[in-house]
Design a protein around this ligand. Structure first.
Ligand code: GMT
Length: 375
C-alpha cells in the first residue's frame, strides 16, 4: 500500500507512535510518506520505504500566522498524485485531519483518498484548554473515514466529549520489544548509583500534566527508607520547579536531570522502578517502554494507565497526587527481592504478550483495508 502519515515531530508520544508505525509498515513493504514540519526524532535513521516530506509554511509579512494547514493540504495533494497515495493516516485531528480532509476534497474529482484519524488524548486536552477548537475537532472526527483511539478510556471519553456517532476503534500503542528490552550495563549504571542503591526513573516532556514535582516528592519518601537515586530524562516547563524542590528537600546530590534524551531504550534498563504520577494519561507509552525493559511502573490511576499497567502484577496504581501511597508501593517493592523479581518479569511479559508491535500493526493494516474498500 502507499500510505501517508501526518504527525507532530516533537518529543512526545504521538510523534513516537506515528514514526514507529511508519518504520514497521515500511519493513512490511508498504511505501510510507510522512508529513511534518521537521523530521520526527524517531525517524532520524534511514529506513527504506519511508519517505519524509517537510512542510514549510510561508512566512510572508502579510501573514500574521503562517498558514501551516494550507501548506500541509497542498503537500498532501502533491504527494498523493506523485506517489499514488491510497490512504492518509492523521495522528491528531487538529490540524492534521482538517488538512487531510481538505486534500481529500481537492482530489475528489480524480481519486479517492480515505482519511484515518488516530486520537492520542492531548487532542481532548487541547479542546479542554481552548473551547474554540471544539467544532473543528468534532467535524474532523466525524468527517474521517475511520477513527482510532489509543485506549478504551480515550475512545469513551472522546465519544462523549464530541458526541460522536461511532465509538472510535481501540488500537493500543505498541512497543518494539527487540529494541526495548532488559540490558545489563553495570559500567553505565555505576555512573549513577552504587551497587547497593536503587535507581528510580522518570521520563517526560515535563509539562504540568506530568506532575514532575510529585516524582520528587515520591522519591524523597522512598529515599528516606531505601537508599536510591532518581534520574529524570526530558525537558519542559516544569523542570525548574522540580529541580528547586529537589534542592529545597536537600536531595540535589541524589537527583540527576539528564536533559532531553533521544535514545531512551538505553536508559530504561538502568532503572529499578519507573514513576509516572501524571494528572492524566490517555495511554502512557513511556510506562509500556519501561515495562518492556523489565522495569515495574508506579503510576496514577487515571485515563488509559490501568489498561497498560496491571495493578499488583506489573506495577502499582494510586489516585492522582497520592504521593504517600505511591511511595509506600515503591518502598515495599524495592525492599522485597522476591516480589520485585516476579513483578519485573511480569512487566516484560505483559509488554511483549499484549503490546508487541506485530498484531497492532496488523490491526492498522486491516483498518486501512476496510476504509479503502468502503465507498
Ligand atoms: O504525553 C505527552 O505529553 C505527549 C502526548 C502527545 O500527544 O504526543 O502523548 C499522548 O499520546 C501518547 C501516545 O499515544 C500517549 O502515550 C500519552 O499518554 C498521551 N499523553 C496524554 O494523554 C497526556
Amino acid at each position: 500500500m502507499n500510505i501517508g502519515i501526518v504527525c507532530y515531530p516533537s518529543y512526545g508520544g504521538s510523534g513516537v507512535v506515528a514514526s514507529e508505525l511508519a518504520r514497521q509498515l515500511g519493513r512490511r513493504g508498504h511505501r510510507v510518506h510522512v508529513f511534518s514540519y521537521e523530521t520526527p526524532f524517531r525517524l532520524s535513521h534511514f529506513e527504506a520505504n519511508v519517505f519524509f516530506h517537510e512542510v514549510e509554511a510561508p512566512d510572508y509579512p502579510l501573514f500574521r500566522f503562517p498558514p501551516y494547514l494550507l501548506a500541509l493540504s497542498s503537500k498532501i495533494v502533491e504527494v498523493a498524485r506523485e506517489a499514488d497515495l491510497q490512504v492518509i493516516h492523521a495522528h491528531y485531528a487538529v490540524p492534521h485531519t482538517a488538512a487531510a480532509y481538505l486534500a481529500k476534497q481537492m482530489l475528489a474529482g480524480e481519486r479517492r483518498l480515505p482519511v484515518l484519524t488516530t486520537m492520542h488524548g492531548t487532542d481532548i486536552t487541547l479542546v479542554g484548554n481552548d473551547p474554540q477548537f471544539y467544532e473543528i475537532t468534532r467535524f474532523s472526527l466525524e468527517a474521517s473515514d475511520g477513527v482510532t483511539a489509543v485506549s478504551r478510556s480515550l475512545a469513551e471519553e472522546s465519544a462523549e466529549t464530541f458526541r460522536l456517532r461511532r465509538l472510535p476503534r481501540v488500537i493500543p500503542n505498541f512497543v518494539d520489544a527487540e529494541e526495548y528490552r532488559p540490558r545489563n550495563n553495570p559500567a553505565l549504571r555505576a555512573r549513577f548509583a552504587r551497587p547497593d542503591e536503587k535507581i528510580l526513573l522518570h521520563i517526560s516532556n515535563m509539562r504540568p500534566v506530568k506532575r514532575v514535582e510529585d516524582v520528587i516528592r515520591i522519591f524523597a519518601r522512598v529515599n528516606g527508607q531505601a537508599p536510591c537515586r532518581l534520574l529524570l530524562a526530558g525537558d519542559g516547563p516544569e523542570r525548574l520547579a522540580a529541580s528547586h524542590l529537589a534542592e529545597a528537600l536537600g536531595l540535589q546530590e541524589r537527583v540527576c536531570f539528564l536533559g532531553r534524551q533521544d535514545n531512551v531504550a538505553e536508559i530504561f534498563p538502568l532503572a529499578d522502578l519507573f514513576l509516572l504520577p501524571s494528572a492524566k494519561e490517555s495511554f502512557g507509552l513511556v510506562a509500556l517502554e519501561a515495562m518492556a525493559c523489565q522495569v515495574p511502573v508506579i503510576a496514577s490511576d487515571t485515563g488509559g494507565l490501568p489498561e497498560v499497567i496491571e495493578k499488583g502484577v506489573t506495577g502499582y496504581l494510586a489516585p492522582v497526587g497520592d504521593v504517600e501511597t505511591m511511595a509506600g508501593y515503591a518502598i515495599s517493592l524495592l525492599t522485597d527481592e522476591r516480589e520485585y523479581a516476579v513483578m519485573a518479569r511480569q512487566a516484560r511479559e505483559r509488554a511483549v504478550n499484549r503490546f508487541r508491535a506485530d498484531p497492532i500493526i496488523d490491526a492498522y493494516e486491516a483498518y486501512y483495508g476496510e476504509i479503502l474498500n468502503t465507498p
